[in-house]
Write a protein that binds this ligand. Structure first.
Ligand code: CA
Length: 594
């Protein structure tokens, strides 16, 4: 009896030790886990469902045959009086879902039941200056911590079990116009962030911090003439002073890398996009009347490839040199392998062209228009440079009779872009990209402006207008080898939600009208939809738990369109705000039904 009791005591003690030490539950997330994220279907650990940002899942339990049986498993309300745009991509780790919400909130919920585990609300100061709604696009996870950025331009590390703050660091001073909304990128133990504030004449910069301590490891400014740093010392200059900028304009040159980055392990390269050069009035930057390369304004409106360990620039590709329409170069760059086995990057730019670049060195491969009626360029030449239509640049205000308002032009796309931040998906199954695009234009003109810290720095006025009667939003299946559009789904309101494709032959996205939709990846046929009660501007994910596949998306209308959309904003004024996280599944008894 005595020996048996002693044995039992030891077994119980060992079991308790496992529970209290964390055991296998809440295991630390490793670099290997992040590297394997696109293949591991039991978790979603990175923005983009893998750092190539393909947003493709190998899961096919939910497929073309049974998607009609998809029903809600649970819904979770973000609560609060303040709602606004919900743009998060959820993270799923060890049965816990982490989402960010408007006004810099982060929630941990049980992924199976939707029950809240903890909530963290950042205390935001008065006077924050987010340009385009109080959104957040998602968290990052590594080790025992979860990371996210706040609207007052901080990056915060929380204990993933408790939500307690482990460290909090300032990316930049929010009073000068900086903010932060993107999902951080984690590579080899570094938390890598950009910054927002391109409409305030800030300096765009990518920063890398030790994920454990928050200590700054390197910085890389996105505008030529500014010094990078490595471990507290100057490293190298970005570009060369006045190579592509006249006078002192580079000092407040913008180029905010406000939308996260991608990472390719094979080439050990991170790619961030840099936003518009500041101010919007391109005549002040030499772009309206360039001298040689002066007026290109590097590295604004460019994709910039860096060494993740040092922040040294490996290559760059400028989508819109001489930028004058707010065509930020920030849109996500997706790493993929084409049908012939070539390793590529692809990006669908604000400027309306879909670019393919070589993975190794960023060399230009091809560019094709993905929206209609592009007015500012007639195409892209063999070097990847736009063939400008000079008459479609807003007129020089200094040439106007009153010296105040330059000639008004109508430009397509609008400054909110042929595609904005809302991420596309690459399907490994079909080899096509699924691009959430918008067909719209704008009246735009230039005005004089001088830089004032913390004030809008545009020198431009504008009104966005629809170009077609019946739709603005356009989800397109694009063949990256040819640029051919295989199918298109037209939507009344502008599309502002992420897209996901799956091995089940499905393409998921949501609309501002509130519908969460599954399309046939080959035909574009709408196979299923669900009304979520508010507009969808979030990013869908899928994963499996206990043998069942789940699909999640957040609903909550907002973002840049209601604030900046001009005539389009008026058209969508009727849409209701919200803040609900929806999770769906096909009940087991219906999963095999046809
Ligand atoms: Ca911008």
């Amino acid at each position: 009896g005595h020996i048996w009791e002693e044995l039992m005591r030891r077994v119980v003690a060992a079991a308790l030790l496992t529970v209290f030490a964390g055991g296998t539950a809440h295991a630390d997330v490793t670099e290997a886990d992040l590297a394997n994220d696109a293949e591991n279907t039991e978790s979603v650990l990175t923005n983009g469902m893998g750092r190539h940002l393909q947003r493709y899942s190998p899961l096919d339990k939910i497929n073309k045959n049974n998607v009609k049986n998809l029903v809600p498993a649970w819904a979770f309300s973000l609560g609060g009086e303040k709602q606004k745009g919900q743009e998060t991509q959820p993270i799923v780790d060890d049965g816990v879902m982490y989402i960010t919400g408007s006004y810099s909130r982060l929630y941990a919920v049980d992924a199976k039941t939707g029950k809240e585990i903890w909530q963290y609300d950042a205390r935001l100061p008065e006077g924050i200056l987010p340009c385009c709604d109080v959104v957040n696009r998602g968290a990052a996870i590594f080790g025992d911590k979860i990371y996210f950025g706040t609207l007052d331009a901080k990056i915060v590390a929380l204990d993933k079990k408790t939500g307690d703050v482990v460290w909090s660091k300032k990316i930049a001073n929010f009073k000068d116009g900086y903010s932060y909304t993107a999902a951080p990128l984690i590579v080899d133990g570094l938390v890598i962030t950009g910054n927002s504030g391109g409409e305030f004449g800030i300096l765009g910069e990518v920063q890398a911090r030790d994920a454990e301590t928050g200590e700054l490891v390197w910085t890389r400014p996105m505008i030529e003439g500014h010094m990078g740093t490595y471990k507290g010392k100057e490293s190298s200059m970005t570009g060369k002073v006045n190579a592509t900028w006249p006078g002192d304009l580079w000092k407040t040159g913008g180029g905010a890398p406000w939308l996260g980055g991608s990472y390719d392990k094979e080439t050990d390269t991170i790619v961030f996009g840099a936003g518009n050069p500041a101010p919007w009035n391109s005549w002040l930057r030499g772009a309206g009347n360039p001298k040689g390369t002066e007026g290109d304004n590097l590295y604004a409106a460019s994709r910039v490839a860096m060494d993740p360990k040092t922040g040294e620039i490996k290559w760059h590709f400028q989508t819109t040199p001489r930028e004058g329409w707010d065509f930020d170069g920030v849109n996500e760059v997706v790493a993929y392998t084409d049908r012939d086995g070539n390793k590529r990057w692809a990006t669908a730019d604000r400027n309306g062209f879909f670019y393919v670049l070589n993975r190794e060195d960023g060399k230009f491969v091809s560019a094709t228009p993905f929206v209609k009626n592009i007015s500012w360029a007639s195409g892209i030449d063999e070097n990847g440079r736009p063939k400008f239509i000079e008459d479609n640049r807003p007129g020089d205000p200094s040439k106007a009779a009153d010296g105040k308002k330059g000639e008004v032009i109508f430009a397509v796309p609008s400054f909110l872009g042929g595609k904005n931040w809302q991420p596309m998906s690459f399907s490994k199954k079909t080899g096509n990209f699924y691009v959430p695009s918008n067909e719209w234009g704008m009246d735009i003109w230039n005005e004089p402006v001088t830089y004032k810290k913390g004030a809008a720095y545009l020198g431009s006025g504008f009104t966005i207008k629809p170009i077609f009667e019946d739709y603005i939003g356009s989800l397109k299946a694009i063949d990256p080898d040819t640029g051919d559009i295989k199918w298109e789904y037209k939507n009344g309101a502008p599309l502002w939600a992420g897209v996901m494709s799956t091995a089940g032959g499905l393409v998921f996205t949501g609309t501002p009208e509130g519908e969460f939709i599954a399309f046939d990846d080959e035909t574009g046929e709408k196979l299923w939809s669900f009304q979520t009660g508010s507009g969808i501007v979030g990013q869908p994910i899928t994963w499996e738990q206990d043998g069942e596949q789940y699909v999640t998306v957040i609903s909550g209308w907002g973002g840049a369109v209601p604030l900046w959309g001009g005539e389009v904003a008026k058209k969508v004024e009727y849409l209701n705000q919200g803040g609900t996280l929806w999770t769906f599944r096909v009940p087991k008894e219906l999963a095999s039904a046809n």
